[in-house]
Design a protein around this ligand. Structure first.
Ligand code: G3I
Length: 384
């Protein structure tokens, strides 16, 4: 799959093309024909892509694959492009999971969000233990990560629409005492060994390997979800400086992991717009909304009203994206509750996805569907 890039055309031609495309409808239907009321078909009318992380990596499950192909126009590997999975043995690269997903996406006319190149988590044991026991020096670590980024981004060159190049580098209000966090976490694995400049280098190396991929900085709580906006302020100041320094960053991904107990972050639209005002694309990259549940098997909310709150917060999150023309994709972090990462990480919580444990659509799904239907009547059209 090669990414097509927009041609430069005159405004008159663009208007005619836009009308023609609208009249033909279903611009992004896949090889099997996604339903006209699917999330992807509705979103395509305003040039938005709706995506999901592929969790579980269950492409052979017919029901799962049908929903994946019908409803979504982008896919993100939940784990298959992470260093731990790609290079479990030093020097032996395994891109088979990513290749399978790229092939699925091509067959279903989907785009791929590559995830994730530089992150402190899910690193190969040979790397982390080598650093810990001193057999890998910092200079060698720098060479290894340069090589890895070059190998991975080159392998998928032309296949990836957006790469999450750097992931979760900023400090959080919950892991430090006041004053509020105002920058990159000094304890991060990469920063502590190679300095903050490694982030900019990762973008430069990724850009050299695939100059046409959109390169994103991706993080959570960077659109006001922490209630203080401190992390958003820090990322905004950092990315502004990076752009001034000529670092090839194209976008900011806000993960969008919400929790009904904290309410919807009302700053989200303004924060997304603020990044966009720097000339960046923005995206919601890992949306889910968790709440307290009775048990992991059914994931029925303990408070029946939470089901409304969950659907409401999904809707608000999508609307924040819809309101910002530069918000080019809205991705959920998996779509079925049975395989969500939430119950394993947040004790007593679940019900975070838009399909239930039996892969039936939930109220949140229908909210998104309705929002996208209405968006065609006035949300700003986005391109690319
Ligand atoms: O593959 C092994 C399997 O062989 C083994 O039997 C099993 C036993 O636990 O573990 C499997 O690996 C797990 C892997 O997911 C694949 O399922 C790891 O233990 C588990 O830790 C890993 O969790 C992933 C998590 O990142 C790690 O932090 C989740 O699937 C993945 O959804 C999650 O995604 C992250 C994003 O990348 C970044 N933002 C936050 C998001 C949620 O944590």
């Amino acid at each position: 799959m090669r990414i097509r890039h927009p041609l430069t055309i005159g405004a008159g031609v663009a208007a005619v093309l836009a009308l023609t495309t609208a009249a033909l409808a279903e611009p992004d239907s896949g090889s099997g024909h996604p339903p006209r009321d699917s999330l992807r078909a509705l979103a395509a009318k305003i040039g938005l892509r709706v995506g999901t992380a592929v969790i579980p990596f269950d492409l052979n499950n017919a029901n799962y694959a049908q929903i994946l192909g019908d409803q979504f126009s982008t896919v993100t590997p939940g784990n298959e492009m992470k260093w731990q999975v790609v290079e479990p043995t030093q020097g032996v690269l395994d891109f088979s999971g990513g290749d399978r997903l790229v092939a699925f996406a091509e067959a279903h006319r989907q785009r791929v969000r590559g995830h994730t190149v530089l992150w402190h988590n899910q690193l190969p044991t040979w790397l982390t233990s080598g650093v810990a026991n001193g057999t890998i020096s910092n200079d060698q670590l720098r060479d290894l990560v340069h090589q890895y980024i070059t190998d991975e981004v080159t392998h998928f060159k032309g296949e990836i629409w957006q790469w999450d190049v750097a992931n979760e580098f900023f400090a959080n209000s919950f892991d430090s005492a006041p004053p509020l966090p105002d920058g990159i976490s000094s304890g991060d694995f990469w920063v502590s060994h190679l300095g903050e400049g490694i982030i900019a280098d990762a973008f430069r190396w990724a850009h050299a390997a695939d100059p046409r991929a959109l390169l994103f900085y991706n993080d959570f709580n960077i659109a006001g979800e922490d209630g203080t906006n401190a992390k958003s302020d820090a990322v905004y100041a950092w990315v502004k400086q990076q752009l001034a320094d000529g670092v090839p960053i194209d976008g900011i991904g806000d993960e969008g992991h919400l929790d009904t107990q904290f309410g919807f972050p009302t700053q989200m639209t303004q924060d997304l717009q603020r990044y966009a005002s720097l000339g960046l694309k923005v995206a919601i990259t890992e949306a889910d909304v968790r709440t307290f549940v009775r048990d992991t098997a059914t994931q029925a909310p303990t408070n029946p009203l939470a089901a409304y709150a969950q659907a409401y917060e999904y809707s608000q999150m999508l609307k924040a994206c819809l309101a910002v023309r530069q918000c080019i994709s809205f991705t959920v972090w998996g779509f079925g509750d049975a395989d969500s990462w939430i119950p394993g990480t947040f004790k007593g919580e679940g019900y975070a996805d838009i399909y239930d444990v039996n892969l039936n659509p939930k109220p949140a799904y229908f909210n998104l569907q309705q929002d996208l239907t209405l968006a065609a009547f006035g949300a700003p059209n986005r391109t690319r």
